[in-house]
Design a protein around this ligand. Structure first.
Ligand code: GDP
Ligand code: IMO
Ligand code: MG
Length: 425
């Protein structure tokens, strides 16, 4: 009876996978609305860990229809691998659907991604090199190839020939990136993928979503990445090439804004970022490393170490504003269990003045210094707590402070990676 968006409030990896899986129990449909296999969403069920890159995190419930929405970019080889892995782990994946409007990642997108990163050197974004940006560029440049095109050999051939000619020229002459792309070989490869995923492809995914809305079903729209990686609202240009924010859910799932009932911002009790770009509350040195080890902060997709920092209320307020957050799901509270002192960034200092609003111009942001408030840690194990009232008083106080600063109420607190380690408020 409701449509809920799950959105990352920071720089990604907030625990969207865990929260989506958790809420999926009561859902009829889960739609992934943007991004591609740059995402890595972890779900831990008992002693088993699953890392999803493209398939919505509701897939573990056979009765929940899981849709890869029109806003996603799909690398079919990765998708097929993911389907196969899930099958061998005992999940039939019959509940998966793929929008025919989703765009397809080709090897030349990956090459372009790698070549651009290589050429940029100092200004490197630190992308996942999965071809995400170049695929979205082709989409917006109106030369992208959609899932539906894979079933029209003539169109596929024409579009591919044009794309290969262009990319080969750029790779060879501008980027000096030696990769030969063979049209016939690529067509055969992708026709094979098309065959492999055909049973999941739906011609009109937006109709599927609309019918669920009309029937008052429970629908979850699962975002990838996070608000600060949004191409419009994040730390541009150190962002991803899509709109992870709540507005992006309407576009990428094909649903009108008035159909949305709740927007849950997933937020770590601290902050992490993987890849380059400004990060005002970054903790360097030993403490940063300790937090990384305790939190297992290594990328679910690339394995890269994540940079760790203190909770940043300026970033959080930005997320509340941009996404119209109605609830917060705070994750990884347990990672702070041992700390004697915890810092909370409540504002930034810019040119001698305190500012509350997040500066979206990174050159201004670079001049900002976090203003911290220190609170004492609770130094107790929270990983077995099931009830809010059983949390240490100091942990409750910390959460209350986060909620007040964010301007949104907390409905979920996660105290461990496993499905059951959750406190509902
Ligand atoms: P996502 O991309 O937002 O889905 O997040 P990731 O899966 O990339 O990263 C979150 C990591 O934290 C994963 O390894 C999760 O298993 C883990 N995790 C999620 N919630 C908690 C929690 O409350 N405590 C701890 N310790 N780990 C958590
Ligand atoms: P989930 O959904 C964290 C980062 C990359 C890089 C920037 C651009 O698991 O939260 P891209 O390959 O998208 O062009 O890289 O975005 N990035 C993520 N960081 N979590 C993610 O996804 C990310 N997806 C991309 O590290 O800084
Ligand atoms: Mg992740």
């Amino acid at each position: 009876m409701s449509v809920t968006i799950i959105v990352g409030s920071q720089w990604g990896d907030e625990g969207k996978g865990k929260i989506t899986d958790l809420l999926s129990r009561d859902m009829d449909m889960v739609v992934r609305y943007q991004g591609g296999n740059n995402a890595g969403h972890t779900v831990v069920i008992k002693d088993k860990t699953f890392k999803l890159h493209l398939i919505p995190s509701g897939i573990f419930y056979a009765n929940v229809l899981c849709v890869i929405g029109n806003g996603v970019v799909v690398d079919p080889a990765v998708l097929i691998q993911e389907i196969e892995t899930l099958k061998t782990q005992g999940f039939p994946v019959d509940n998966l659907r793929i929008s025919s409007q989703a765009h397809v990642i080709f090897p030349y997108h990956r090459y372009m991604d790698q070549a651009q990163e290589k050429k940029r050197e100092a200004g490197r974004i630190g992308t996942t090199c999965r071809g995400i940006g170049p695929c979205y560029v082709d989409k917006f440049n109106r030369r992208g190839i959609r899932i539906s095109d894979l079933y029209n050999e003539k169109v596929l051939k024409e579009k591919l020939a044009w794309n290969i000619e262009e990319k080969s020229f750029l790779l060879e002459n501008f980027y000096k990136f030696e990769k030969k792309i063979d049209l016939d070989q690529l067509i055969n490869e992708y026709l094979g993928y098309a065959h492999g995923i055909k049973k999941y492809v739906v011609e009109e995914s937006t109709t599927l979503v609309d019918e669920a809305v009309k029937k008052n079903k429970n629908i979850l729209l699962e975002g990838a990445q996070g608000t600060m990686l949004d191409v419009d609202q994040g730390t541009f240009p150190f962002v991803t090439s899509s709109n992870p924010v709540a507005g992006g859910a309407c576009i990428g799932a094909g649903i009108g804004p008035k159909a949305i009932d709740e927007v849950i911002g997933v937020v770590k009790a601290y902050v992490t970022r993987v890849g380059s770009g400004p990060f005002p509350t970054e903790i360097t040195g030993k403490l940063g490393e300790e937090l990384r080890e305790k939190g297992g902060e290594y990328g679910a997709t690339t394995g890269r170490p994540r940079r760790c920092g203190w909770f940043d209320a300026v970033v959080m307020r930005h997320a509340t504003k941009i996404n119209s957050l109605t609830q917060l799901a705070v994750t990884k509270l347990d990672v702070l269990d041992d700390l004697e002192k915890i810092q909370i960034c409540v504002a930034y200092e810019y040119k001698g003045k305190k500012i509350q609003d997040f500066p979206t111009d990174i050159y201004r942001l670079e001049e900002c210094k976090p203003v911290y408030e220190e609170v004492s840690g609770w130094q107790e194990d929270t990983t077995k707590v099931k009830d809010y009232k059983d949390l240490p008083k100091k942990a409750q106080k910390y959460l209350k402070k986060l909620s007040d600063l964010a301007g949104a109420r907390i409905s979920l607190v996660s105290v461990g990676a496993e499905r059951g380690q959750i406190i509902r408020i």
